[in-house]
Write a new protein. Sequence first.
Lengths: 454, 454
Amino acid sequence: MEQVLSHLKAQRDAHLKWTRDLCAIPSISTKQEHRADVAKSVQFTHELCEKIGLKSRVMETGGHPLVYAEWTGAPNAPTFLAYGHVDVQPTGDLSLWNADPFEPIVKGDWLICRGSADDKGQVLLYLRAAEAWLKTHGKLPVNMKFLIEAEEEIGSPNLAPFVSKHRDMLAAEAVLISDTGMYKDGYPTLTIGTRGLVYKEVLVSGPTVDLHSGTHGGVIPNPTNVIARLVASLHDADGKVTVKDFYKNVVDASAEERKRLAELPFNEREYLDSLGPNTMPAGEKGWTTQERRSCRPTLDCNGIFGGFMQPGANTIIPAKAGAKISMRLVPNQNAEKIAAAFDETIRERCPKGVKLEIHSHGSADAYVTPIDSPVLKAAERALQDAYGQKPALIREGGSLPILPMFQRELGAPSILLGFASPHCNAHGPNEKAFIPDLDRGAETIARLFQLLAK
Amino acid sequence: MEQVLSHLKAQRDAHLKWTRDLCAIPSISTKQEHRADVAKSVQFTHELCEKIGLKSRVMETGGHPLVYAEWTGAPNAPTFLAYGHVDVQPTGDLSLWNADPFEPIVKGDWLICRGSADDKGQVLLYLRAAEAWLKTHGKLPVNMKFLIEAEEEIGSPNLAPFVSKHRDMLAAEAVLISDTGMYKDGYPTLTIGTRGLVYKEVLVSGPTVDLHSGTHGGVIPNPTNVIARLVASLHDADGKVTVKDFYKNVVDASAEERKRLAELPFNEREYLDSLGPNTMPAGEKGWTTQERRSCRPTLDCNGIFGGFMQPGANTIIPAKAGAKISMRLVPNQNAEKIAAAFDETIRERCPKGVKLEIHSHGSADAYVTPIDSPVLKAAERALQDAYGQKPALIREGGSLPILPMFQRELGAPSILLGFASPHCNAHGPNEKAFIPDLDRGAETIARLFQLLAK
């Protein structure tokens, strides 16, 4: 192990360059015009896998391609699957970035660029650890498979069919994933649950064209007013989501889990201040801020649009309007049923005289890792050894749609070792990764390979 | 009069070319980048005034310049002021236009382009009539002043100070305006009332940057949800506007006016179908469709925006959101008071934890022309002579913010002779004018000049 750790230390800068080079590729999977960039990020990853001594290939999925790589030279050792993704979210408003999102910058201990935290910086930790073992021992302590896709940010539409089709190739005792965050900066963290997701787009159209709001105002339904009413109707005065039967199957977090969560260090005022000036808590009454963001289901509008959106004034009854609305789900809420209930709720509430369309942008169930899994215990140990501190076990508010899918298709639980800072601002401007955590992450994975061999 | 009418007929094509040339200038006053085009449209109008024999000059206003022209060679005759504007609304979504909005097209009897109806096509009727009199008689039957501005579509912010400053220059018995529509195609129409306007923009900002909706969803106020709730709160279940004291000072239309309105030919189903497929009536309960669009106050969202508005999905808590909201007012609602009540209502309803800004994009009181005005009677006669039909007296749902201002500053009532088709789609795509109505409009104005001399 000493040799492996020395090697990781010596290769620190070279390994960081892998991340910088990968992050420089604007592989925004949600945007058609970045299709070639997404393919480029996959090719880069494939070549890196080959370079460090894995058997690797780029495989088609029907959508963006993915990388499958493996090292299976330990016939008597168990086999694990590492999963990650090399596609990224759109940049959003570029004026909010301090630099080009795709020109990685190192500022102090931080690597700043799109993908540094989610997930390029983290997925490469597995390749850093594998390279260290292969360079120093010529082999790994366990058999490792690597599945690195490029459609996570659009909901992994082709991953489930791919995994289903390649069950034998991908067979593993557990799936290792680093695509989550740390509880606090420097606080080693295992995520034992993620929320599910249902993402919908509601479009309302009324008059054939934008109309003069003087000549026709007050006469027919106005699509922007209708969309506002529909979105507003989705919460009641207590912040509860009003989608039909939304809470019906929710399994509440246990008293024990709520107690452990409450015991973790947490300064609510500091947290709120980190999001913006004078931020106040909001949301479902009866649950703490920590609970609302992890083990409670939520509904948020992610975008709303319609009519005249530029500076100035234009007096129109807009022809159409829309909203993007996503729901975060918790264990036992069935994403398909919630999606159907959402559609039904909107259809019931939409007034006559407008045309309603509801589109889906992906859905996924929530997931919980069995707390007694031996692989989870090994991961806990690896983190403790690398950080010198017992890790937090938390639930993540975000979604990893592929966790319940891996359980279903491979019968394998997922172990989530997260190394993204709580301030990494994934999906937002100036996304960043704390470089010492990337280093400790690589060490953790290298240690985990050995612990899993036992 | 015969000579004047013959001249108008002979010059029909030449006069139409004036309109086409003026409409070819993209004088969008709301857009900074079209500032030079707006100035060009003013210059064009000035040169046309000079060419036909008026004394004309371009005058500064502090904003876009305007044209003032006059012919005052009839010392014993009364003096009237013709008002119009040569700026236009933005084009909106260009893909909805069948051709370039600023390349005027004649298709059958229609002139299709931005400004053909509102108001370039109509304001030029006064110059056509003046030219016909001056060319055939060397003089006009009355003294005429012409005030043609280029800021109407942004609420005429500099017109009131200008008129106030030039009261003597502009002094007139009444103001003649053609910037309204016809009750039905071919139905001569005098508009005896216009609605007032208060145009507001509400901006809500929350987190400093867009946040990951998984990590932070359910914790703090989401600006897009907040803006939806604010907009939705502005109507109750009966379609009444809930702005504080909104209806307090409303003077309802008289029973006589409602009766006359109800007697006009109106096919509601046909009207609704003309706006879009399967359109249903909506709005304030207790009033007919005709009343809701003319003599009732309304509130409409003209645009709503925030967060991720492009195709695809982005799971964010948006940093900010906004809405453009305009209210149409009726006689005795004071625009300033309504504007203040709107601000107060929004401030009261906006939840803590977001930053709220409210901006104004202009306001104007409603206006009613005294029904016993002799100038109104003369206009009724001119229309009857030109069309062979008694004109409808209606209220227009749109706003002409300058009408109460002319009354206040010049003590002059406004007479609204409208020649825009109900299908002209002013402010929308494929705006158009019915050329025979432009011809009859020019004839009406030429006849009116004579009738006003008596």
